[in-house]
Design a protein around this ligand. Structure first.
Ligand code: NAI
Ligand code: MG
Length: 352
């Protein structure tokens, strides 16, 4: 079997961690007897500086013919930071109906969570972030900004269809895990958009009587991430809340650099996109010290989506082996380089 993968390194550490992830993918493909055919696209903020756009006009059309997109992150300090999401990330996520942002949180062996008394059993849940609507639809305007009457509006959009599809995904996932869904919102203050979200979520929850269903407000959920992460199994939440909580999830895993994710179109009508939860980290770019684990984990999530479950599990086992051995990058107070970590995952996969 052959998979066509579009590779978009993006900017900053993307140029270091994506090649690390590809080297792991190629190793696991050889072992499990499938082919990965990659094609690179040098899009992002760097591309913008040369061409005035983040990707060519026919970029989406080009991506359409691939089985999946393997992505790093986009954004550079010298480029207007209102552009990357609008011109690349959200464009791909929305146009390809990648309405599920799947972001697992777990404690790998050998890593000390900043929550010192918490174990692997306590920190093991998934954030399902609604990825196409909500606070991030970028529907708004700024009016007469340079006058005393300056005014700005962002409209948040919640649709029945949007909530139903993310809800069903979350409840089905919970059935394969610990059968527990926590709906995280702020519907006591965003009473229209998130009040409606809660109503529809509750209707779907009633169709899964075998799954325990709870609601939690995001302020309480933030505290619970730190104080009692063990209460979570599957979190279903809005675009912005999911974005914020996933960095907190990365932090309790030990580093932002550990978090992998998938922007998934479950119906497979369009390619899905797999990327770490963090950004392009320009502050550490070019030093070969970035943690590639989130990027490598994203490769596993991609293979799972493509149906190569054993290969996916083998990559996660390789990550566990690497962290357990203490092959850690600077963000985890280690001395390993980006390449060292990839090499360690690869030698585990090859040795088994
Ligand atoms: P960031 O996630 O890039 O970095 C935050 C902090 O975490 C930095 O100190 C960075 O060094 C560290 N960090 C992140 N990933 C790491 C890794 N793999 N290994 C070690 N340390 C790591 O977030 P920031 O600084 O807010 O944004 C930087 C740029 O990235 C901006 O232009 C932003 O717009 C963009 N960005 C892009 C995203 C995407 O393409 N999906 C997502 C988030 C941010
Ligand atoms: Mg984010």
């Amino acid at each position: 079997k052959k998979y066509k993968i579009a590779v978009v390194n993006g900017d900053g550490i993307g140029n270091e961690i994506v090649p690390a992830g590809i080297s792991v993918l190629e190793t696991v493909a050889k072992k499990y007897d499938f082919e990965i055919e990659t094609q690179e696209f040098s899009w992002g903020a760097g591309y913008y500086l040369q061409h005035g756009e983040f990707m060519p006009e026919n970029g989406l059309e080009t991506l359409q013919s691939f089985d999946a997109i393997y992505f790093g992150a986009v954004g550079l300090p010298e480029v207007d930071d209102t552009l990357p999401a609008k011109d690349y990330t959200f464009k791909v996520r929305t146009e390809f109906q990648q309405y599920v942002n799947y972001r697992p949180v777990k404690l790998f062996s050998g890593i000390q969570s900043p929550l010192r008394d918490k174990t692997k059993k306590d920190i093991d849940f998934v954030i399902i972030r609604e990825n196409n609507e909500g606070e991030f639809v970028q529907n708004g305007k700024i009016m007469h900004p340079d006058t005393p009457n300056g005014l700005a509006i962002d409209t948040s959009i919640v649709t029945r269809k949007g909530v139903e599809r993310i809800a069903h995904f979350a409840f089905k996932l919970a059935r394969k895990r610990d059968k527990k869904v926590t709906n995280v919102t702020k519907s006591n203050t965003l009473i229209y958009s998130l009040g409606f979200w809660d109503q529809v979520m509750g209707e779907v929850a009633a169709q899964y009587p075998d799954v325990e269903y709870n609601k939690m407000y995001v302020d309480n959920a933030s505290a619970s991430f730190v104080l009692k992460p063990e209460v979570f199994d599957v979190i279903v939440t809005t675009n912005m809340i999911g974005d914020i909580l996933s960095d907190l999830g990365g932090a309790i895993m030990g580093s932002l650099g550990l978090g992998g994710s998938g922007n998934i179109n479950p119906e497979k009508e369009f390619p899905s996109m797999f990327e770490p939860i963090h950004g392009s980290a320009p502050d550490i770019a070019g030093q070969n010290t970035a943690n590639p684990i989130g990027q490598i984990w994203s490769a596993a999530i991609m293979l799972e989506h493509l149906g190569e479950t054993k290969a996916a599990q083998n990559i996660v086992a390789g990550i566990e082996h690497t962290t357990a051995k203490g092959n850690l990058t600077k963000d985890l107070r280690g001395t390993a380089t980006t390449k060292d970590v990839a090499t360690s995952v690869i030698s585990f996969i090859e040795s088994e």
